[in-house]
Design a protein around this ligand. Structure first.
Ligand code: ADP
Ligand code: MG
Length: 423
């Protein structure tokens, strides 16, 4: 008992002032250290959450892209049959009553083809035009000019004023497919116009940083709520009802990424939106010359059509026959190659791309090896193919996306310059 009282007395003994100050200091240091650790943990957590959101978004977009590409392929094969048959029926029909039925059907099928084209450009399987070095300022200016009817004339009709401005930075060239990149600007400008029902300002600004060309398209419009902002890159997401497709921003995202860049969207509800993207500066880049214009073919040709889908093969053959060509059909690559060996020579082989066993590229390579003078055209529902390596491209004279119209066949065949057209 005594000893415990003594012990108590020792512990209860008041601290000296310096001891108290030192203990307080230790506590304060500990608190500061804790606060710093907490802040670091918070920061790391936020970064992790952002990275995860970005990953989920890009994975989702990739999955949707693959889905879109597959759907586009099937739809294009079907649309080839529909548009081809309708075109042929129209060309053979004298009855105005029946023509009245066929024309809207053909128009609807072509509109369908446009929607599929949108899908393909989102998924990155659309045809990739050649990259050329360009000044992004010029593309922005061209896009502003081509959208003038929307931001000037239509706005005036609505009684509002939309000012546009291009702040041209001193920027290096970028290697892009000009028509595709112009589409990016057009999509952004039209979105800005849609967001300015009471007028306002659209500004496009370019600048150079870190071997990249940066570009921001801003508007002083309605802006977006956070919930909408989270969803704008989803294909077909639109807040504008059936008059819009909801493919603008998702397509832009795909295009910018395929050019090695990135895109981000900042928006404040009621204040406006800025879409910023960057593209890598063009290296030493040779412009790819446009293919030479061919002369129209006046004489009929002997053409081999290879396609595993019977309906597509037959409609393509009928379309070519209607142009006066002599057509032979083959249901696969092996059959096609054997027809090339026996019988009179062909001027052109038109082969489908995606076929089981032997792909269109393999057929084309085999033909160029055995019959180098025969022209080869690739007909594809996939758009330009991921396996279209530069060395592959030389083995075909042209690539034609499905659904191809008679006019498209005519133009491609004319450019292919066949060597021995039938007399
Ligand atoms: N500049 C903008 N200001 C406000 N909202 C925008 C803007 N750009 C895009 N959005 C929103 O993102 C949605 C998707 O845009 P987009 O993919 O271009 O498709 P669409 O224009 O066909 O609706 C729009 O419906 C709109 O809600
Ligand atoms: Mg849009």
């Amino acid at each position: 008992m005594r000893s415990s009282q003594q012990a108590l007395a020792v512990t209860a003994k008041p601290r000296s002032e310096s001891q108290t100050v030192s203990a307080l200091g230790d506590q304060a240091a500990l608190a500061l250290e804790n606060a710093r650790l907490y802040q670091e943990a918070q920061h790391a957590y936020q970064e992790l959450a952002a990275t995860q959101a970005q990953l989920v978004r890009s994975e989702t977009l990739r999955a949707v892209g693959a889905l879109a590409a597959g759907a586009a392929h099937h739809l294009n094969n079907l649309l080839q049959v529909v548009t081809g048959r309708l075109e042929l029926a129209l060309s053979q029909c004298d009855s105005p009553g029946i023509q009245c039925q066929l024309i809207p059907a053909l128009r609807a099928a072509r509109d369908g083809a446009q929607v599929v084209k949108g899908l393909k450009s989102f998924s990155g399987t659309g045809p990739t035009p050649p990259l050329v070095p360009v000044d992004l300022n010029d593309l922005a200016e061209a896009a502003l000019e081509s959208t003038r009817p929307r931001w000037q004339n239509e706005a005036e009709e609505r009684g509002v004023r939309i000012d546009v401005g291009l702040e041209r930075g001193l920027i290096p060239q970028v290697a892009v497919a000009p028509s595709t990149m112009r589409e990016v600007f057009v999509n952004l400008i039209l979105n800005a116009v849609d967001a300015l029902p009471r007028g306002g300002r659209i500004t496009i600004k370019t600048w150079a940083a870190d071997h990249r060309v940066q570009c921001a398209v801003s508007d002083t419009g309605t802006g977006m709520a956070a919930e909408i902002q989270r969803r704008v890159l989803e294909p077909f997401f639109t807040t504008k009802g059936p008059k819009r497709t909801g493919l603008g921003l998702s397509t832009n995202y795909g295009i910018i990424h395929r050019h090695g860049g990135d895109l981000r969207i900042e928006s404040t509800e009621g204040r406006g939106t800025t879409v910023t993207f960057f593209l890598p500066e063009a290296g030493r880049h040779e412009a790819v010359p446009a293919p030479p214009e061919g002369q129209a073919v006046t004489r009929p040709m002997r053409i081999l059509v290879i396609d595993d889908e019977a309906d597509v093969r037959q409609v393509v053959s009928d379309m070519l026959a209607a142009e006066g060509h002599q057509v032979v059909e083959a249901a696969n690559g092996t059959d096609g190659l054997s027809r090339l060996v026996d019988g009179p020579p062909f001027d052109l082989v038109l082969t489908d791309l995606g076929m089981p066993r032997m792909t269109g590229w393999e057929v084309a390579r085999a033909i160029k090896a055995s019959h180098p003078l025969v022209c080869v055209g690739l007909l594809t529902g996939w758009g330009d193919q991921p396996d279209a390596r530069p060395e592959d491209r030389g083995v075909v004279n042209f690539i034609l996306p499905k659904p191809a119209t008679r006019e498209a066949f005519r133009a491609a065949i004319a450019r292919a310059r066949p060597r021995h057209a039938l007399a």
